[in-house]
Design a protein around this ligand. Structure first.
Ligand SMILES: [Zn+2]
Ligand SMILES: [Zn+2]
Length: 95
């Protein structure tokens, strides 16, 4: 479960991307992170401080399917819990 959390935003990664050093981040997060480094053309991994090039970023399909599975399970659990079986009683009163 911990593996699917992005080290930057601490949320499950919707579009996980891998960088050179093998760490994974949301596509959005690493994009924003890269903006700060755009002038240097190289960036340090937020986790291990290894140098990465923007070209080395690639979508991690394996992780994506894992995250999607976990999110789906979590969402399903929430949905069933949010279904109170309260019957919709009509408060309408006949005149
Ligand atoms: Zn993130
Ligand atoms: Zn790293």
């Amino acid at each position: 479960m911990k593996d699917i959390l992005c080290p930057i935003c601490k949320e499950p990664m919707r579009n996980p991307v891998s960088v050179n050093c093998g760490h994974n981040f949301c596509e959005n997060c690493i994009d924003q992170y890269f903006e700060k480094w755009s002038e240097v053309a190289k960036m340090l991994c937020p986790v291990c401080r290894v140098r990465n090039k923007k070209e080395s970023i690639r979508l991690n399909w394996q992780l994506k399917s894992l995250v999607d599975k976990v999110i789906l399970q979590t969402t399903r659990g929430c949905l069933s819990a949010e279904h109170p079986s309260a019957p919709a009683k009509s408060t309408y009163q006949w005149p």
